[in-house]
Ligand binder design. Structure first.
Ligand code: CA2
Length: 147
């Protein structure tokens, strides 16, 4: 099983600022923890971070046939990107949306996700462990039959 993990804009700044909202770990540390969990479950993961919407769209577009599932933290593009939503719908690779913070308890503009409707589900508010929960959810989902 191969899972693509995509992280959107400014998540490269994790661990350097706003630890009160996003925690003290860097993205590399969060991804290392996820990779440990994946290895223990015999799952291959490949992860990327980009501040460019088009790069994220391209990576989603190229995922069909190469990956069994996607874990996506679209960051600020969650709330704005029709392009990411269309890409997810087009490839139809099962995707779990992850947010470190509980977006629903924050500013109103974060309550809307344009991408979540193109995902099998959303995990928000559990910090870095949200990525591990997303991996477990994907493994469970992919183990079931979907017609
Ligand atoms: O909670 C999340 O994971 C978010 O996707 C994070 C995004 C935010 O726009 C979403 O509404 C919720 C922001 C990522 C920016 O990360 C930073 C990390 C350190 C310092 C500043 C920003």
């Amino acid at each position: 099983m191969k899972i693509l993990v995509l992280n959107g804009p400014n998540l490269n700044l994790l661990g350097t600022r706003e630890p009160g909202i996003y925690g003290a770990l860097t993205l590399a540390q969060i991804m290392a923890r996820l990779a440990d969990e994946a290895r223990a479950k015999s799952v291959d993961i490949e992860w990327h971070q980009s501040n460019q919407e088009g790069e994220l769209v391209d990576r989603i577009g190229a995922s069909r046939g190469r990956f069994d599932g996607i874990i996506l933290n679209p960051a600020a593009y969650t709330h704005t990107s029709v392009a990411l939503r269309d890409a997810l719908q087009a490839v139809a690779v099962p995707c779990v949306e992850v947010h470190l913070s509980n977006v629903h308890a924050r500013e109103g503009f974060r309550h809307t996700s344009l991408t979540a409707a193109a995902c099998i589900g959303q995990i928000a508010g559990f910090g870095p462990i949200g990525y591990v929960l997303a991996l477990e959810a994907l493994i469970e989902y992919l183990g079931r039959k979907h017609t």
